[in-house]
Write a protein that binds this ligand. Structure first.
Ligand code: NAP
Length: 496
């Protein structure tokens, strides 16, 4: 596998106007202590750009800016906030090619997926622009004649938003959309690996006409100084985090100091169940879409694929045949369907899960190792892999793999597979394929997950609530409930 030279030319052209900095008060500035860090391309290992590295002083300045902007932003009529959100969404779509290329450069996902993510990310701004106009209060009948009882819904205040690298734009707009719609101002921290997509959104917000201080974005190589400042500051009234369950638990503890509201979108371990009566071709297509999107690096990726005995051999053969056609390569090349893994740590986890499964009796049907290396490739490309005869006691069924590895697990009965699917501390997304309508309701009601795809491998959309139960998180993003996370309920009793 060789990386053609022109992908480096594309990188140079895309970053030609880059003047990224710490984004505070609608300006890009150096970090207060002058430090910088490097953003690299996971497909080539190339340095893309060095950018300012925000520290504690920058976090304080960003909170100052968000707190100063809050009263006017919260007081702006909802329709005006909605108009600005719609303008930002339109600009994102207008700049889709540039934003997508930048995302592929820093994150690695194929351009087609990156373009899709930009449109998906913009859809959260549009959806919540609509919700901004529907933040209704309540009038409650009083039990006495001389009182009027009302419920007001008001913005929470300054919010801190922390996002991961796997969806650098969509995870940010899924938080910013409802926060800004509700009248909150924000201090955002993108992941160390993918700050450029977030900073480009800063430009979008300036060009859409957002007032200074409403959105602040702090790229940084070390999350701790940022985290320490936002959790200690009483002006930050809410933290919304998307990332690992391990870090989510740390943030729950940190939120105690100043009693902050907290929303957590954490890890998953999604079961994908195919019953004997499923449409086989639809199930193969769905399992591939769910397992291999973003090279297996999504929180809702199928992590355990359960196939009923009667269809197991036929499904495995068709699935492996289709997976074998997937092309691995630099995401900028049109033929690439799978890009690189984000870094070497991700590759090591994939290797560990495969070797543990094979040592405990799983069979390798396809792939199983890194792509043949050459001088241009940093070792982050992995062959799409299919394992059969996988069992519940293997690491690959217990942990989120976050890579292009599909473990196929046989099962006999509906009862057995529901128990196996629920046998995890996680509860984000689950999928199943069947043509039996009664079974759809039976299984959907018994799966302990926040999101269920029945004959649908890609259920995520801005209009629907997204989030998990158990150790997969707290709260929901998207849908009509998504804005509630950014609103306080205030009770007003008026004596007359
Ligand atoms: P991560 O290590 O938890 O990092 C996520 C974000 O948190 C990054 O911005 C990271 O900054 C920051 N962070 C790390 N430690 C922190 C701390 N002590 N205080 C404050 N911030 C801290 O997760 P990841 O590896 O980037 O992302 C993959 C995980 O996210 C997977 O488990 C996946 O399932 C989950 N995820 C969940 C959803 C969902 O909606 N439920 C969506 C996407 C991903 P640095 O980058 O600087 O370390």
């Amino acid at each position: 596998m060789t990386i053609p030279v022109d992908t480096r030319t594309i990188a140079r052209q895309t970053l030609a106007d880059a003047a990224y900095g710490v984004f505070i008060d609608n300006t890009f500035r150096p970090a207060a202590d002058g430090r910088t860090f490097e953003v690299t391309n996971p497909a080539t290992g190339d340095l893309l750009v060095s950018i300012p590295d925000a520290g504690a002083a920058d976090a304080r300045a960003a909170i100052d800016s968000a707190a100063a902007a809050l009263p006017a932003w919260a007081a702006l009529p909802a329709q005006q906030r909605a108009d600005l959100l719609r303008k930002a969404a339109a600009l994102m779509v207008e700049r889709k090619e540039h934003l997508a290329t930048l995302m592929t450069l820093e994150q690695g996902k194929p351009l087609t997926e990156a373009r899709g993510e930009i449109v998906y990310a913009a859809s959260f701004l549009t959806w919540f622009a609509g919700e901004a106009e529907r933040v209704y209060g309540q009038i409650i009948p009083a039990s006495v004649a001389n009182k009027r009882l009302m419920v007001l819904r008001q913005p929470v205040g300054v919010v801190a938003l922390i996002t991961p690298w796997n969806f650098p734009s969509a995870m940010l707009t899924r938080k910013l959309g409802p926060a800004l719609a509700a009248g909150c101002t924000a201090v955002c921290k993108p992941a160390e690996q993918t700050p450029l997509s977030a900073l480009e959104l800063g430009r979008v917000f300036i060009d859409a006409g957002f007032p200074p201080g409403v959105v602040n974005i702090l790229p940084c190589s070390d999350p701790i100084p940022f985290s320490d400042v936002i959790f200690a500051d009483d002006r930050v009234r809410k933290v919304s985090f998307t990332g690992s369950t391990e870090v989510g638990k740390i943030l729950i503890r940190s939120s105690a100091a100043t009693v902050k509201r907290i929303s957590l979108e954490l890890g998953g371990n999604a079961p994908f169940i195919i019953f004997d009566d499923a449409d086989l071709e639809a199930a193969v297509k769905g399992a591939i879409a769910s397992k291999f999107r973003n090279n297996g690096q999504t929180c809702v990726c199928a992590n355990r694929i359960y196939v009923q005995r009667g269809i197991y051999d036929r499904f495995s053969a068709r699935f492996a045949e289709e997976v074998g056609k997937m092309r691995v390569g630099n995401g900028l090349l049109p033929e690439s369907v799978l890009g690189p893994l984000i870094d070497m740590a991700a590759r090591l986890k994939v290797e560990r899960h495969i070797s543990d499964a094979l040592a405990h009796g799983a069979k390798l049907m396809l792939g199983g190792s890194a792509m043949p290396d050459d001088a241009n490739v940093p070792g982050t490309f992995w062959q799409p892999t299919v394992l059969t005869n996988v069992r519940a006691d293997m690491l690959i069924t217990q942990e989120e793999t976050f890579g292009p590895v599909a473990p196929l697990i046989p099962f006999e009965t509906e009862e057995e597979v529901i128990a196996a699917a629920n046998d995890t501390p996680f509860g984000l997304a689950a999928y199943f394929y069947t043509r039996d309508v009664s079974r759809v309701m039976r299984v959907a009601e018994r799966l302990e997950y926040g999101i269920i795809g029945a004959n649908d491998a890609l259920p995520s959309t801005a209009q629907a609530p997204f989030g998990g139960v158990k150790q997969s998180g707290l709260g929901r993003e998207g849908g009509s409930v998504g804005i509630d996370e950014y609103l306080e309920v205030k009770y007003l009793s008026l004596g007359i």
